[in-house]
Design a protein around this ligand. Structure first.
Ligand code: NAI
Length: 338
């Protein structure tokens, strides 16, 4: 019989060598699994041979999603958990917890407008992680990521279980979008393109490093500005096209499945697994949290990679994001500690 790939989601390699077929027992929990992102993400994780157990948690409608997915003939065991009293069961033994719980944007909203609702949701869920699986890696999708990651970190600090190498904001969709748009603009095969995206995950805090794209591509200053703006506003493009029915779900699920796979490969000891992610780091002085390239390993982030040389335009972008990113970080920290 034909060998099934580890996961159907990955297009571009994130490491130099060929991936081994690593199969170990891994429990992954998805919190917010019945939502627009949660459902397709859970499907992709059900197709990942590294995920032996998939725990789906939501406050509603998750039993049906779990029953539905459980009929796919892959070896991943799927279980559903509904409501706060079942959260601990979903989390027990999880090595990776992916959090897409919370409300998405509607036209005219910024990611910051979601803060009031999503901050509380993420705080509660992270308290659950601290109590039930404090060693797990947490991948946060819920917006505003610039603030929800610091919220998670503060919750774990309070519980005495914080490990900055294990709390990651999922910014992979920005990379996926940058790869797609650059490939389209330059007539390249998308699977060959890799563009690092640094900073955060909102408006001008999203900074693609076009000068570091692989393969090398040339953009005039005008083209670079236009491409950067398109990548920064790509989420809004989807929000407007969906006209009130939510924000990116399918591309986000694709991106999160790629990120989850990278985390699991790192946990399994695979070498050279590189992703951009929003983490507490010292890569850029003055930014307590920052999205940049990291090397993933058995304990989460193994190494924070340096930014590398920036063009004047990129340097300017870095300066420009300072105010907003700092404000987002402070808001998260203040919320968690109030
Ligand atoms: P959705 O509304 O379709 O689904 C959210 C799910 O979360 C629902 O099933 C809901 O029942 C559940 N939920 C709400 N409160 C919960 C709680 N306390 N515990 C567990 N589950 C809870 O929203 P969608 O489209 O799936 O988006 C989810 C989040 O992802 C939003 O905050 C959105 O802004 C964010 N997002 C992040 C992206 C990124 O690049 N990081 C990209 C796109 C969206």
């Amino acid at each position: 019989m034909e060998q099934r790939p580890i996961v159907a989601s990955r297009q571009q390699p994130v490491r130099a060598g060929r991936r081994q077929a690593v199969i170990e027992a891994r429990k992954v929990a998805v919190l917010g699994a019945a939502g627009g992102i949660g459902q397709p993400l859970s499907l992709l994780l059900k197709m990942n041979r590294m995920v032996t157990e998939l725990a789906l948690y939501d406050i509603a409608n998750v039993a049906g999603v779990a029953a539905d997915l459980s009929h796919c003939n892959t070896n991943t065991k799927v279980t559903g958990y509904t409501g706060a009293e079942e959260l601990a069961g979903a989390l027990k033994g999880a090595e990776l917890v992916v959090i897409p719980a919370g409300v998405p944007r509607k036209p005219g909203m910024t990611r910051d407008d979601l803060f009031n609702i999503n901050a509380g949701i993420v705080k509660t869920l992270c308290e659950g992680v601290a109590a039930s699986c404090p060693d797990a890696i947490i991948a946060i999708i819920s917006n505003p990521v610039n603030s929800t990651v610091p919220i998670c970190a503060e919750v774990l600090k309070k519980a005495g279980v914080y490990n900055p190498r294990k709390v990651m904001g999922v910014t992979t969709l920005d990379v996926v979008r940058a790869n797609t748009f650059v490939a389209e603009a330059k007539g390249l095969d998308t699977k060959d393109v890799d563009v690092p995206v640094i900073g955060g995950h909102a408006g001008e805090t999203i900074l693609p490093l076009l000068s570091q794209a692989t393969p090398r591509v040339q953009f005039s200053p005008e083209e670079a500005a236009k491409m950067t703006e398109r990548i920064q506003n790509a989420g809004t493009e989807v929000v407007e096209a969906k006209a009130g029915a939510g924000s990116a779900t399918l591309s986000m699920a694709y991106a999160a499945a790629r990120f989850a796979e990278s985390v699991l490969l790192g946990l399994s000891g695979e070498q050279d697994i590189i992703e951009c992610t929003y983490v507490e780091s010292e890569v850029v002085p003055g930014f307590q949290y920052f999205a940049s390239k990291v090397r993933l390993g058995p304990d989460g982030v193994e190494e924070f990679l340096p930014l590398g040389p920036l063009t004047a335009f990129e340097q300017e972008g870095l300066e420009k994001m300072k105010g907003l990113l700092s404000k987002n970080i402070e808001a998260g920290i203040a919320f968690a500690n109030k």
